[in-house]
Design a protein around this ligand. Structure first.
Ligand code: PRP
Ligand code: HPA
Ligand code: MG
Length: 179
């Protein structure tokens, strides 16, 4: 285990099993359709790569980079689109792939942006959901794990751009972000 990690909250195997299950559920949900699957970078990059391999319907991919945390464990409240989509979403069935919903600010902002661009439908799949962090009314259509009110890292999620490559979900030692 990495020296900065206090505890492993979710193992690599638990994540793998959950991703397979979510992929199967999404394959049923989108049967007969051709969704545009949008990865919210950077955090969702590993989840996206693993998830789409488990979805059996034809689909297209696009990427959007959004940032609001920087080197903090609290949202700045200002959601910045760092990279926009390449594809038109007008009339498309959009599936947003997110790593975590915490305050809900990132996704409530993005849903608004996508609806103004006249999507046919938009749904959210998130691997992690932290309901205790919520400051706006926003729920995923599908979620993997409900997590406690702790700042988590690994499997794509960072603190100050570090720890994204850990294959499990860990809780940081408080001295790491208090120093
Ligand atoms: O529900 P919220 O409170 O808005 O938090 C969730 C968002 O915060 C993180 O992104 P971040 O801004 O850290 O960018 P990153 O994905 O590049 O790490 C995470 O990847 C989600 O996109
Ligand atoms: O708990 C978290 N960990 C990493 N990034 C995050 N962005 C929102 N919440 C979190
Ligand atoms: Mg981050």
């Amino acid at each position: 285990m990495h020296n900065d990690i206090k505890e492993v909250l979710i193992t690599r195997e638990q994540i793998q099993d959950k991703v397979v299950e979510l992929g199967q559920r999404l394959s049923e949900e989108y049967a007969g359709r051709n969704p545009l699957v949008i990865c919210i970078l950077k955090g969702a990059f590993i989840f996206m790569a693993d998830l789409v391999k488990e979805i059996s319907v034809p689909l297209e991919l696009d990427f959007m980079a959004v940032s609001s945390y920087g080197a903090s464990t609290k949202s700045s409240g200002e959601v910045k689109i760092v990279k926009d989509l390449d594809t038109s979403v007008e009339g498309r069935d959009v599936l947003i792939v997110e790593d975590i919903i915490d305050s809900g600010l990132t996704l409530s902002y993005l849903i608004d942006v996508l609806e103004r661009r006249k999507v046919n439908s938009v749904k959210i799949v998130t691997l992690f959901d932290k309901p205790a962090g919520r400051t706006v009314d926003l729920e995923a259509d599908m979620s993997g794990f409900v997590i406690p009110d702790e700042f988590i890292v690994g499997y794509g999620l960072d603190y100050a751009e570090k720890y994204r490559n850990l294959p499990y979900i860990g809780v940081l030692k408080p001295e790491v972000y208090n120093s």
